[in-house]
Ligand binder design. Structure first.
Ligand code: HEC
Length: 232
């Protein structure tokens, strides 16, 4: 099973609706925290933490977009290589060629290469990206204590990670889990040199897409929430 097919399968079940950007997210083969919890900053990441991070990366299928069939692949998590791998059309153009708006987004290089991957960023910045959806290079290396722009170190004008990166779901992983992913990416994945072109996006960096109405409140209400129940 190729990665393209794998993603296409997911895509057919995932016609997303994001206001004016309603449409299917399609891979485009030419159109087709709290740092005080588990941060390893300044200390050695433990083998347990790295193995947990590896398991989470595997079972969340990060590679389905970020590249590599398995950890055996030389391009494991190395990011978009060609338009057919790790590149997406976001917006109505994914369903109707030529329809607008249309943005091409590219899965980033998650390996610890300094120049082209995550090597020059801290584990806290990677944590902030996964918890709050903030682009790594635009995220200060500080503890963020709020999801509201301008409050608790949350940037006043946040630059969000582009779709289809499913960070709204990753927000619900624990601090320990997210820091374990960061530790695995920084310490255990082999660096791969691959300069991924910048994703295209709207001038507000998706701020009008990632609203509470669209992705739910964070932190979430306690269980059971409105559409859940406690089994009798
Ligand atoms: C459905 C596709 C998809 C999946 C699955 C996915 N990502 Fe992404 N990811 C993307 C895209 C596309 C971008 C680039 C968005 C941009 O340029 O703003 C991205 C960006 C990122 C970034 C930001 C990098 C930077 O330099 O700003 C991180 C970190 C990241 N992903 C980690 C992960 C991890 C860890 C997983 C699995 C737990 C994962 N992603 C799963 C598509 C995906």
């Amino acid at each position: 099973m190729t990665r393209t097919f794998h993603f296409a399968r997911r895509c057919f079940g995932t016609v997303i609706s994001m206001g004016s950007l309603a449409g299917c997210v399609q891979q485009s083969p030419a159109i087709a925290g709290r740092a005080n919890f588990a941060s390893t900053q300044g200390t050695q990441a433990s083998a347990d933490q790295i193995l947990l991070g590896r398991a989470l990366v595997l079972n969340h299928d990060c590679a389905g977009c970020h590249g590599g069939a398995s950890p055996q692949s030389v391009d494991w998590l190395a990011g978009r290589k060609t338009p057919a791998q790790g590149e997406f059309l976001i917006g109505p153009c994914a369903l109707t060629p030529g329809a607008t708006p249309c943005f091409r987004t590219m899965a980033r290089n998650l390996t610890p290469d300094n120049a082209t991957g995550l090597g020059r960023f801290s584990e806290r910045q990677i944590f902030n990206a996964l918890r709050y959806g903030l682009r790594v290079e635009d995220t200060p290396d500080v503890d963020i204590t709020s999801g509201t722009p301008g409050v608790g170190n949350f940037p006043t004008h946040p630059r969000y990670i582009a779709p289809p990166m499913p960070w709204p779901g990753w927000r619900y992983m624990s601090d320990k889990e997210l820091y374990s992913i960061a530790a695995y990416l920084k310490h255990a994945v082999k660096p791969a040199i691959n300069k991924v072109p910048d994703s295209e996006g709207p001038p507000d960096f998706w701020a009008s897409v990632y609203t509470v109405d669209n992705i739910g409140p964070y932190p979430p209400p306690a269980f059971p929430a409105a559409s859940e129940r406690i089994p009798q």
